[in-house]
Design a protein around this ligand. Structure first.
Ligand SMILES: [Cu+2]
Length: 220
């Protein structure tokens, strides 16, 4: 009992000194908050966040949910289908090229993502379905919420590289920012402007194409 009382205050002090929180806000060229941006944090001393049990992109009302998913390198992502119609998920991306068979329910095999980078995905049957899988080596990552904000906690002191990108951005590459968190910092905030952002691809007008002609997404 006595030794416990001695240890606990020590733990509390070290936690208070070294666990900073960081709020990252992403904005567009006009300074408006940008939701659905990917934010990653790198610091050599940073332990990777635990992998969430399931990485998946669902299909609901002929849209992908979520629109932006971040996964660590080597994750496998499943594509369940909550719609009554069948879907066929594909990507032409250099980071990961794949195509599922036409499927409903949970028939589609999970897809492995061994390379880092942005993988735009579509559905071969429904042109207005768009989503993005961002595959990262960064130990910490998040997608900004409706207020354009990503929050990180339990950050040890050190030099950080904060990186952000938005899947609809018009300029190539990510926006990077260096940040030092000292042992006395508690709440840190930073704002990253991602420049010009294009239109939501899900709102684009589409033609209905014959699914038989488009059944092989690599034949174009
Ligand atoms: Cu579809």
């Amino acid at each position: 009992m006595q030794s416990r009382l001695l240890i606990i205050p020590g733990l509390l002090v070290s936690t208070m000194l070294h666990a900073a929180e960081l709020t990252v806000m992403t904005t567009d060229q006009q300074g408006a908050p940008l939701s659905q941006a990917v934010v990653t944090l790198n610091n050599p001393a940073l332990a990777a966040q635990p992998r969430s049990g399931k990485a998946e992109v669902d299909q609901v009302n002929t849209q992908f949910v979520p629109h932006v998913l971040v996964v660590p390198v080597d994750s496998s992502v499943s594509f369940p289908n909550s719609d009554n119609t069948r879907h066929q998920v594909y990507s032409f991306s250099a980071v990961k090229r794949f195509s599922t068979n036409l499927f409903s329910g949970r028939e589609a095999e999970p897809v492995q993502f061994p390379q880092p980078g942005l993988v735009p995905i579509g559905c071969n049957i429904h042109d207005r379905m768009h989503a993005y899988i961002y595959v990262t080596n960064a130990p910490r990552y998040a997608v900004t919420d409706e207020q354009g904000v990503a929050r990180f906690s339990d950050l040890p002191a050190g030099d950080y590289r904060v990186e952000a990108l938005h899947p609809w951005q018009l300029e190539e590459g990510s926006t990077q920012h260096s940040l030092v968190i000292t042992a006395t910092d508690a709440d840190m905030q930073t704002n990253l402007s991602l420049g010009r952002i294009g239109p939501d691809p899900r709102a684009a007008r589409t033609q209905k194409l014959n699914p038989l002609i488009r059944s092989n997404p690599f034949a174009r």
